[in-house]
Design a protein around this ligand. Sequence first.
Ligand code: FCB
Length: 434
Amino acid sequence: MFLWGTATAAYQIEGAVGEDGRGVSIWDAFAHEPGRVRDGHTGDVACDHYHRWREDVALMADLGVNAYRFSIAWPRVQPHGTGEVNEKGLDFYDRLVDSLLEAGIQPVPTLFHWDLPQPLQDRGGWMNRDVAEIFAGYAAVAGARLADRVPLWITLNEPFVHMAYGYAMGVHAPGQALLTGALPAAHHQLLGHGLAVRALRAAGAREVALTNNCTPVWPASPQEPDLRAAQAYDILHNRLFLDPVLIGEYPDLSAYTPALDFLRDGDLDVICTPLDALGINYYNPTRIAAPTADGLPFSDAGITGHPTTAFGWPVVPDGLRELLTELKARYGAALPPVHITENGCSQPDLVTGRGTIEDAERIAFLDSHIGAMRQAMREGVDVRGYFVWSLLDNFEWAEGYHQRFGLVHVDFATQRRTPKASYRWLKGFLASEH
Ligand code: FCB
């Protein structure tokens, strides 16, 4: 059965940050630091999903999806990041899973969507190798409670973005600007992933996946310096997080580090523990030119000549086909079945005088990207699922509530949910698919 779903993440929707024994995450700490998030927004309340989850499951049932990708908040399950388990936190996901199954919706949990327990950050976060082991312990706890009813699990969400934005540039939590010094945070996430795959399987999980953010990389020109820069960027964004997982080796990282000091014997065997599926989050291609003066081996040349989202991201549906067919060409039989675990766009989404939200651009976006995915499938890529980011407008990280990605509009003052035109379009589409 092809999975058609929506996707969300715990910190972006749940709110209820101080309830039922939840611990503090790096995103709580970061969002409360002045100047970190636009207009000082935080996830303290977000979509109040922790209290309104029944209404949100009902919305998905009405929409007609057969899968839902959400994330489990590690600090709800282990408030200190390790040791003591908070049963009330697990109870929340237990109820959610049961109610999804009752509605005929397959739960697809992600264990880590960036909300590291703050006590682990106090020990260095993902820069500390011990966190990989600790993560596997958390995976075992979550698996023991839910694997009897959850067939497909995702370990990490977008380790590239977490490393680059959180540890290299500092625009996301934990707000560190280590530049290329952030590479150990990539390795330790990957090691944690491999250990978590094993822990989940031991707990009875039938299928385990990793979700990466991937981008087709376009050289700004056919000139040698631009080609070399594009290759370096492709290594950092795509291959650093796929080669070790799928083929058990790191790509050439010499443009970023003289030595892989963080790598120990046996790590790559753990990291390339076979997967049942690979999650791909696709938003747009990236156009890369030769480096400028900032010390990195590339520069972002920007993409023009395409429509853009409210975020300013170029809309290039064929980039999804290009990405998928390139992954197939690159990894061949080592590429597991793929799920598009996120795809979607932010739009201004103005409420009309009649109270409706006419998001024609989002409809065109989804329609064209689903078309591109299907073209890749015709070209031989084994795609098994597609998840729209996102079910609800939500807390969009450093942008706070300014970027709206939902199929359902949320009025954050009243928590009123209003399905947008794109929701109705998707509902019709899904009805014709089943
Ligand atoms: C992805 C994140 C997701 C959301 C979308 C817009 O990078 O995984 O949480 O913010 O971007």
